[in-house]
Design a protein around this ligand. Structure first.
Ligand code: ZN
Ligand code: ZN
Length: 182
């Protein structure tokens, strides 16, 4: 029986005879992400994950989305490919946000390990591209960041009080760094 249904992801009407809840493979894919935080937040994969915490896309869906054989693929790599229309090949798709389950294309960068580090150095911020306490170069804690953002003090004053540079304070305030802290 052909039925008119409403796609769970995009809300359009579609007809199909299968027991599907989405109008297309694309909608079936994107529906699996929690995007409640908005366009710039992490979009985390809700479905099956690898031991390392990466989203795992079922083989049949990969094949419908990208063509080719039915073989499992990591969600962020699939997302990168769909969004940028470019196959990552041997290159790594890395996360700016350090959240393995995230596949927000805005947080994904295609790079070799070396390219990643070089890029950081060129911008004068060696290996501190990944924000957060886990980063060895981080001198501030998440609590400090909340305090900095809530404070009415001038950046220069906060900098000398916390023993960091003014640029560090400004970057945290403008959410260039520590984007994951609310
Ligand atoms: Zn749809
Ligand atoms: Zn993210």
């Amino acid at each position: 029986m052909v039925q008119v249904k409403i796609c769970r992801e995009c809300g359009t009407n579609y007809t199909n005879r299968y027991n599907s809840r989405y109008c297309s493979p694309l909608c079936a894919f994107w529906y699996q992400f929690d995007r409640s935080g908005g366009t710039d937040a992490c979009w985390t994969w809700r479905d099956n994950k690898t031991n390392d915490g990466y989203g795992n896309v079922a083989g049949w869906l990969v094949s419908r989305l990208l063509g080719g054989p039915s073989r499992r693929q990591l969600a962020h790599r699939v997302a990168y490919q769909l969004h940028y229309g470019q196959h990552p090949g041997e290159l790594k798709v890395t996360h700016r946000c350090d959240v393995p389950a995230c596949a927000n294309p805005r947080h994904l960068v295609l790079r070799t390990q070396r390219g990643n580090m070089m890029d950081g150095l060129e911008r004068g911020r060696p290996i501190i591209c990944a924000p957060g306490e886990k980063n060895f170069a981080a001198r501030l804690t998440e609590a400090d960041i909340r305090l900095i953002r809530a404070s009415a003090m001038r950046s220069g004053d906060l900098a000398s009080r916390l023993g960091v540079s003014r640029a560090t304070i400004d970057a945290a305030r403008r959410r260039i760094t520590w984007r994951h802290v609310e």
